[in-house]
Structures are given as structure tokens and as C-alpha cells.
Write a protein that binds this ligand. Sequence first.
Ligand SMILES: Nc1ncnc2c1ncn2[C@@H]1O[C@H](COP(=O)(O)OP(=O)(O)OP(=O)(O)O)[C@@H](O)[C@H]1O
Ligand SMILES: O=C(O)C1=C[C@@H](O)[C@@H](O)[C@H](O)C1
Ligand SMILES: [Mg+2]
Length: 186
Amino acid sequence: MKDRLKRRSLYLIGMMGAGKTTVGQILAQRLEYRFFDTDHLIEQLTGETIANIFATEGEEVFRDLETQVLGQLSAYLSCVVATGGGIVLRRKNWGFLHQGVVIHLDLPVEQLYTRLLADTNRPLLQGVNPLEKLQELYAQRQRLYAQADLQIAVDSTDTPEAVADRIFEKLPEILRPPVSPPSVQE
Ligand SMILES: Nc1ncnc2c1ncn2[C@@H]1O[C@H](COP(=O)(O)OP(=O)(O)OP(=O)(O)O)[C@@H](O)[C@H]1O
Ligand SMILES: O=C(O)C1=C[C@@H](O)[C@@H](O)[C@H](O)C1
Ligand SMILES: [Mg+2]
């Protein structure tokens, strides 16, 4: 698989809680690629938590930082990049994502909700009805996530390793087949 990729980076997209960070780390380890997470890089760059950036500066400032960080990462080869759930919202980001292979992790909203119940780090889910908010975000973003090169359906019974296995199984479908030498007629 590593040979077939020819050092192209992998970009994981999908809703918050879909497992981009968890699965991305496994993929990077297996490919001996570097791993980056845009949310973590933004926190490192600003010295603020994402929740704080949303609260004090607002979502637009966060989105600008996200585009800046993604633009810088897109210059590198051999990376696995776990992106924030909203990376798909800006057209400009797609130019950066398509520098590599874009993989959508697709988990049903009810299962995302169960995973994120105990998590207070997602500012967009801090309102009165987080399940409804997740459903609304998914409905808005579904057609954007559909633009990934590879769709990976995930279920609550899948371990992160099983999700990584599925990605490796499906990746050859979208990578160019190895060029075989022309057959020579004697
Ligand atoms: N396959 C899995 N099975 C069970 N739990 C998982 C699985 N993948 C991830 N998780 C758990 O679900 C939660 C969310 O996972 P993770 O942080 O990787 O999602 P994410 O897509 O990176 O979310 P965000 O967009 O908010 O950064 C974490 O607590 C993680 O441990
Ligand atoms: O879905 C989203 O818009 C977000 C997802 C997280 O990864 C963070 O990037 C932030 O909380 C916003
Ligand atoms: Mg993440």
C-alpha cells in the first residue's frame, strides 16, 4: 500500500466524533507517515483551546486558522491529517485537501451522539439539544462529505483498527493500478 500511495498524504474528514484522530494515528503508524491533527495544531499555534477560540473570537476566526493550518500541511508529503469536522465548509480548503487522498469516515449520527455524550470539548454541541444539533450539522454537510475520494461506513461495533483495515482494503479502488509493461509480441 505504501508503494501504491507514492507518498501521497491521507486526509480524514467527517463529523466530530467519527474517529478521525483515533484512526488517523493508526494509519500513520502503519504507513510510517507523520500524523497531524488540525484541531491540535490550532491549539498549539494559539495556545488556546478550541472551545476558548469559539467563545472569545468566534467561529470565523477559528475557520481562518483552520484554513491557514491546512494550507501549510498541504505542502507536505507522507502525512496522515485528521481534520476538524467543519473543514469541508470552505471551498478553499478543498484545493488543499485534494493534494492528497480524501477519506470520509461516516458514522450514523445517533452513534456519534453516544460517543460524544461525555465530551465537553466540542463548542458546537454545548447547546440544549446536542443530538438535534448533530443531525442539523450532518444534514448541512452530507453533500460536502460526499465529495471525498473514499467513503468509509463505520459502525459502533468497529474497532479503530478494523476501520483502518477497511481503509487499506478500499484504497486500491481509487489509486491508479500499477502500470504493467507492454506485452511484447515475439
Ligand atoms: N472505532 C471506535 N470505537 C469506539 N470508540 C471510538 C472509535 N473511534 C473513536 N472512538 C472514540 O470516540 C471519541 C471521538 O473520537 P475522535 O476524537 O477520534 O473523533 P474525531 O473524528 O477526531 O472528532 P473531532 O472532529 O471532534 O476531532 C473518542 O473518545 C474516541 O476514543
Ligand atoms: O464540526 C465542527 O465544526 C467542529 C469539529 C471539531 O473537530 C472542531 O474543529 C470544532 O469543534 C468544530
Ligand atoms: Mg479529531
